[in-house]
Design a protein around this ligand. Structure first.
Ligand SMILES: [Mn+2]
Length: 340
């Protein structure tokens, strides 16, 4: 990697804007913090602002408070106040709206650091890019960048946040490469406490959401498809998507959860890949789309995650849904019967 143009761009800057995508996740925020530390070393007199456009995700905020790290970042800015832009963990300009047009059409140098496949419009606009779609997080790339530059070891806060970015984006190393582990070993060597990061990233589920999940399980009607697939149908007051996911976690192959509030109903449908493959059922097209019409609303979605909304009581919507499932499974030559 020829870093002389990177170093030149940063050293020349007086005011640096480090942009990261909407609802900045721990990888975006941690990577931006690492980039800011690089900038503060290469251009000590320059101002460098992190701009988490529209604000950071609630998990990112939880991470900072659990790790006791106070990062200052802006949620909005005036791009014309800066003479160098970074785009971190952000592969398209639309992820930076309302600044997309301004960043795209300005002549301010732009440095892109990302592990996503970056859009062509971004590539042609960049002055320097460090893009590697094989990297499992942007934090991994930022650490590699630090290693390639003549910098002192990063402070603890930087190591912690880079480690958090990696742990989050790799889904706790469900996807990881040799490089990932080597970077993580170095970060831990620098003092980043892995257990602390794991704890700080634990998603806390609210009392009402946990109760909704438990009630969904308690009220579930179970059906058997093709003698080996379990379909759960249930209803809650809210958190129907979370309830549907939790029904899959405890053993259902497909879950349909209806929520009813003031005559408005929402339906959330989820299934695992085993169910999708064995039945050939597309939850969005085959189930939620027709159900949405039946309940005077709309529905659709993906093959394994879909939803619908409309009006009616939960009881009524469940009866329509079960009839619809019966019809669809029979069209596919599959049996569908209550599980006893
Ligand atoms: Mn990322």
């Amino acid at each position: 990697m020829n870093l002389s143009s990177f170093t030149e761009l940063v050293k020349r800057a007086k005011a640096i804007a480090i942009f990261c995508h909407h609802n900045a996740d721990p990888d975006a925020l941690g990577s931006s913090y690492g980039v800011r530390w690089i900038c503060s070393n290469l251009a000590p007199s320059a101002r460098a602002d992190i701009i988490a456009v529209g604000g950071a995700s609630s998990l990112s905020l939880q991470l900072l408070s659990e790790l006791n790290i106070a990062i200052s970042f802006l949620e909005e800015c005036s791009p014309t106040n800066y003479d160098l832009f970074f785009m971190v963990d952000t592969n398209s300009f639309t992820q930076l709206s309302p600044y997309d047009e301004e960043i795209f059409s300005s002549t301010t140098p732009l440095i892109v650091i990302d592990h996503h496949a970056v859009k062509e419009e971004v590539k042609t606009r960049t002055s320097f890019s460090f893009i590697d779609p094989n990297a499992t997080s942007t934090a991994e790339l930022v650490f590699s960048l630090m290693e390639s530059l003549p910098l002192p070891p990063p402070p603890m806060e930087v190591s912690l946040l880079l480690l958090a970015g990696i742990v989050f984006d790799t889904r706790r190393f469900a996807i990881a490469s040799v490089k990932t582990f080597s970077v993580v070993a170095k970060l831990v060597d620098l003092g980043a406490n892995y257990n602390l990061v794991l704890k700080a990233l634990q998603t806390k589920v609210s009392y009402s959401e946990r109760v909704a999940r438990l009630k969904a399980a308690q009220r579930a009607q179970l059906y058997l498809v093709n003698d080996d697939l379990v379909v759960a149908v249930s209803h809650v007051g809210s958190y129907e998507a979370s309830a549907a996911r939790s029904l899959l976690e405890i053993g259902a192959d497909a879950a349909f959860v209806v929520s009813e509030k003031d005559d408005a109903v929402r339906v959330s449908a989820r299934c695992n890949s085993h169910f999708a493959e064995k039945t050939g059922m597309h939850l969005g097209v085959d189930v939620m789309e027709p159900l949405g019409k039946l309940i005077g609303g709309a529905g659709g979605g993906h093959s394994m995650a879909a939803g619908a909304n409309g009006t009616g009581s939960a009881e009524y919507v469940i009866s329509l849904l079960v009839e619809l499932l019966r019809k669809k499974f029979s069209e596919k030559g599959l049996s569908f019967k209550p599980l006893k």
